[in-house]
Design a protein around this ligand. Structure first.
Ligand code: SF4
Length: 203
């Protein structure tokens, strides 16, 4: 009771407040040694062990847990090998109206974040990937240099002339990082007004 951080008396059996720190086990063993009695009065044990019967170490669940553990480790390794990239790229919609319409085009404003996780400088080229006709990204094709372990946030404007706008659609922004020729894509939703309302405005 003196050593228990939650102040419970483990002699009354396992209790909800127990955090399994095992301080009572160590304290009890110390006292038992001083009294020249066998250790393990307070201990982790199976029901068989507590009843004084023979303990079975090799049980089906030991193999099951080992198998599940290996399966998880394998899945983690495959995910790490396939997804661990030396660069990071994300994009998010900027705060404010979801779209802007001027006399000739519709615009969506985004913010892109590039991060270089390597210990050497890297360069990036941001482009659109297989975008529908007419869609353009500001600064597309320019090279962005980042120092080792550097990151950068910059605005990116996605725009399309009225005549090419057919309604909301998904647009994929692609970044290629060097060295390594690492490609990372992120799909954003381009939104705008009802296309028919644009035609009416022109008329
Ligand atoms: S294991 Fe820790 S928390 Fe649980 S009864 Fe023992 S000393 Fe208290």
């Amino acid at each position: 009771m003196n050593v228990c951080p939650t102040g419970i008396d483990i002699r009354n059996g396992l209790q909800l407040e127990c955090i399994g720190c095992a301080a009572c086990i160590d304290a009890c063993d110390d006292i038992m040694v001083k009294l020249d009695r066998p250790k393990g009065l307070v201990r982790y044990d199976s029901m068989n062990g507590l009843a004084g019967e023979k303990r079975r170490i090799i049980r089906p669940r030991v193999f099951l847990y080992a198998f599940l553990g290996l399966l998880g480790l394998g899945a983690l390794t495959v995910a790490a090998v396939n997804k661990a990239k030396p660069y990071n790229f994300t994009s998010s919609r900027m705060i404010g109206p979801p779209f802007l319409v001027d006399g000739s085009s519709i615009r969506n404003n985004y913010q892109i974040l590039l991060a270089n996780k390597r210990n050497q400088p890297a360069s990036f080229v941001v482009t659109l990937s297989e975008a529908p006709e007419g869609y353009e990204l500001s600064g597309a094709g320019q090279t962005i240099d980042l120092p080792a372990r550097g990151d950068l946030t910059r605005p990116a404007i996605l725009m399309v002339p009225h005549e090419f706008y057919k309604g909301p659609c998904d647009i994929t922004i692609k970044v290629v990082g060097q060295p390594g020729d690492v490609e990372i894509s992120h799909t954003v939703r381009f939104v705008g007004p009802n296309p028919s309302s644009l035609k009416k405005t022109k008329q």
